[in-house]
Design a protein around this ligand. Structure first.
Ligand code: FAD
Length: 472
């Protein structure tokens, strides 16, 4: 039996949105419970998303660097450098386990009750929980609910996922062996990250993308550079290409594609096909109707600007509602939702949510891109600085990419920053701070940055929007 059947706040879903909301609510003095049915906390992100993918990205990058990029660094390899795929996967599993276990500790520390089961609304004040240990369902009552049930991979009509040969992002993170040939439907962030992992460890990778460019949402110039660099690393791209069908035939997958413009058909074959065309909100088993919750035509739960559904006491955050499907966005909303319950106000700046693609080089951006500014008729200036002219990048023998600043033409206020380069994902945090404080590019260019660091390229790109750069 659960310790209590009545709580101030009950959070449904223990992903980045839900677990953070639960901890914050408890810290604000609410008697809080979090219901999670997966058997582990951390949601998609920690279990089958951000964390396992970054473990594979980091270790495959190290392998690739040692094997193919060490000689000119003065590192001689006397013997073969090979991948132990089981251990590579093992290191990923260990990272996941340590981090999900860490959240359980945080729940204990903050006195959040962790309820392992599936939550299903009985009405707007009560949920029934079906425990994962198979015991009898139990009812729980709460004054406030925060729904954070997340998302799931969007299926491709007509293509049957078996998580062996035809896989979703979940299956690709747990393959049993390195495929010889991998085809990926979707040139978005998840598709390209997985393409990088497998290409580095010897797989022949083909990315099939319907649009004429990769990296949905990226600044067009950055997307083009990214594609060029990834192609140089061996990735094959089929852009402007529509997948017609994908069928498993024994140990291979047969894929039929069609050129979007010419209609010309082509047959492809792969050992594994990854379907990575996006994610959709997940509400299965939640019994939305009983609570009177409504979804839009994309399945996103409808809320107001304080995350309230039709009922003031049921709030919704993260992937299951509007906005970019990102862990840090869900976390920010988790904090804000708990603060709204306590104080009646909270804060998330939706104009300032960074995106990062953890390939090598990394790609990171925040704020508006050139295409969006043109569309909105805003006049702007661009400042750019290439890493080839940055002393640290040169020293590291890692000079691909550039920093691109976009500033308001008149006021120099930072409107967007787009980076392709090693460590772009860390560097973008400074751009976020600039946007949050309404900084101008001059503010950044006049801020002393340590030498030699990659962030000097950041400073110089800011300078480039209103003056001559020094080192390029
Ligand atoms: P989720 O993390 O999906 O968590 C929802 C939880 O609710 C799940 O654990 C589920 O089991 C549980 N649940 C659902 N229904 C019920 C119910 N009725 N009762 C009880 N429990 C329930 N984002 C980034 O920001 N950076 C990245 O690098 C990144 N990489 C990614 C890589 C991959 C391969 C994938 C798939 C995603 C990645 N994402 C990344 C996206 C990120 O994982 C999501 O945006 C994030 O997990 C959303 O958090 P959430 O709390 O809204 O939902």
């Amino acid at each position: 039996r659960f310790a209590s059947t009545k709580y101030d706040v009950v959070v449904i879903g223990g992903g980045p949105g839900g677990y953070v909301a639960a901890i914050k609510a408890a810290q604000l003095g609410f008697n809080t419970a979090c219901i999670e049915k997966r058997g582990a906390l951390g949601g998609t992100c920690l279990n089958v998303g951000c964390i396992p993918s970054k473990s594979l990205l980091n270790n495959s990058h190290l392998y690739h660097t040692i094997k193919h990029d060490s000689d000119h660094r003065g590192i001689a390899i006397n013997g073969d450098v090979t991948v132990d795929f089981d251990k590579l996967m093992g290191a990923k599993d260990k990272a996941v386990k340590t981090l999900t276990g860490g959240i359980e500790m945080l729940f204990k520390k903050n006195k959040v009750t962790y309820i392992k089961g599936e939550g299903s609304f009985i009405d707007s004040k009560n949920v029934s929980v079906k425990p994962i240990d198979g015991s009898e369902p139990q009812e729980i009552e709460a004054d406030h609910f925060i729904v954070a049930t997340g998302s799931e991979p969007t299926p491709f009509p007509g293509i049957q996922i078996d998580e062996e040969r035809i896989v979703s992002s979940t299956g690709i993170l747990s393959l049993k062996e390195i495929p010889k040939r991998l085809s990926i439907i979707g040139g978005g962030i998840i598709g390209l990250e997985m393409a990088s992992v497998y290409s580095r460890i010897g797989t022949e990778v083909t990315v099939i993308e319907f649009q004429g460019a990769i990296g949905a949402g990226m600044d067009a110039e950055v997307a083009k550079t990214t594609q060029k660099l990834l192609a140089k690393q061996g990735l094959k791209f089929k852009l402007g290409t529509k997948v017609v069908s994908g069928v498993r035939d024994g140990e291979v997958v047969k894929i039929e594609v069609e050129d979007v413009k010419s209609g010309k058909k082509e047959d492809l074959e792969a050992d594994v096909l990854l379907v990575a065309i996006g994610r959709r909100p997940y509400t299965e088993g939640l019994n939305l109707e009983a609570a009177g919750l409504e979804a839009d035509n994309k399945g996103r739960l409808i809320i107001d600007d304080q995350y309230r559904s039709k009922h003031d006491h049921i709030r919704v955050i993260g992937d299951v509602t509007f906005g970019p499907m990102l862990a840090h966005k869900a976390e920010e909303e988790g904090i804000a939702a708990a603060e709204y319950i306590k104080h009646g106000h909270g804060h998330v700046n939706y104009a300032n949510i960074p995106s990062v693609m953890y390939t090598h080089p990394e790609v990171a951006w925040v704020g508006l891109n050139e295409e969006q500014l043109k569309e909105q008729g805003i006049k702007y200036r661009v400042g750019k600085f290439p890493f080839i002219a940055n002393s640290r990048a040169k020293t590291n023998l890692d000079t691909d990419g550039f920093v691109k600043f976009i500033a308001d033409e008149e006021t120099q206020r930072v409107l967007g920053v787009h980076i392709i380069g090693a460590n772009a994902g860390e560097m973008i945090a400074e751009a976020g701070l600039a946007l949050e404080y309404g900084a101008s590019t001059e503010d950044i260019a006049r801020t002393c940055h340590a030498h030699p660091t990659l962030s000097e390229a950041f400073k110089e790109a800011a300078l480039g929007t209103f003056d001559k750069t020094i080192n390029f």
